[in-house]
Ligand binder design. Sequence first.
Ligand SMILES: Nc1ncnc2c1ncn2[C@@H]1O[C@H](COP(=O)(O)OP(=O)(O)OP(=O)(O)O)[C@@H](O)[C@H]1O
Ligand SMILES: [Mg+2]
Length: 284
Amino acid sequence: MVNSLSHRDSDYLEDEKTPKEFIERLSVGVEGFDPIIAGGIPRGFFVAVTGEPGTGKTIFCLHFAWKGVLDGDRVIYVTTEESRESIINQAKMFNMDFEKAIDNEQMIIIDALMRSKSDEWFLEELDVDRLVEKIIDAKKRLGYGRARLVIDSMSAFWLDKPAMARKYSYSVKRILYRWDFTTLLVSQYAITTGDAFGFGVEHVADGIIRFRRSVKRGALRRFVLVEKMRQTPHDTRMHEIEIIDGVGMRVKGPVDLRREDVSLPEDVMRRIKEAKKRSEEEVP
Ligand SMILES: Nc1ncnc2c1ncn2[C@@H]1O[C@H](COP(=O)(O)OP(=O)(O)OP(=O)(O)O)[C@@H](O)[C@H]1O
Ligand SMILES: [Mg+2]
């Protein structure tokens, strides 16, 4: 009896190991980041990237997109905050040749900011249904196969109706799942701890990667924390990151910080609380 139990135990342990090994993970392309999430983002995941302005969300996404190009994935990058040119130029600073990837029909940047009609890859209006249609058109153009999608950011789509954020995110996730996308969805608002707030995206997302910053002794420091990654034994420590000209983002290592070291400035907290109140009032 004891023997058979221990035999079953070891079978169980074997089984425990297999799911981890079976999950296909996509490397993020940021030096030092993959080990934090057990090797990469599981294929098909819909991951929220959040944080305050200038913390590195866009640069993180550029790496993810470029790694896709290097790995032979189809890559679609939706930009609502910066023009296509701005994204291309920022990437160039880190030796990522997005123009070449576009010419090689491996990447499409959908410009939802400038909305110039110079080519077909722009978005006339900030409408979620149009966005999804455009993304699917782009995927069809790039062809069959594993794909990476970045939406930087979704916040613009629900600025005037924050209560819809969760619904929008859910419908985007549901539709895009069928198209073999692994998605990074940037959300500009920090998801605060305690009085949790984040327009509901965090519940829909399979993962949350949160960027933060602090000024210590007159110097800006940036950090990243994986707050959630389903099916992943991820590192729960905050890691310091750096952005180096000509190189890009790099994880320096885990840090031991107190909460007040990285808490949001008071006026930001106040604005978040006000927006939250407004969004609650909108809910029928
Ligand atoms: N070539 C470079 N070398 C070093 N640091 C750079 C370089 N280019 C940009 N940065 C740094 O990266 C920051 C911008 O990062 P990023 O655009 O990823 O922020 P973000 O989180 O997307 O902000 P936002 O919410 O405003 O879009 C700049 O403020 C600057 O500090
Ligand atoms: Mg940005």
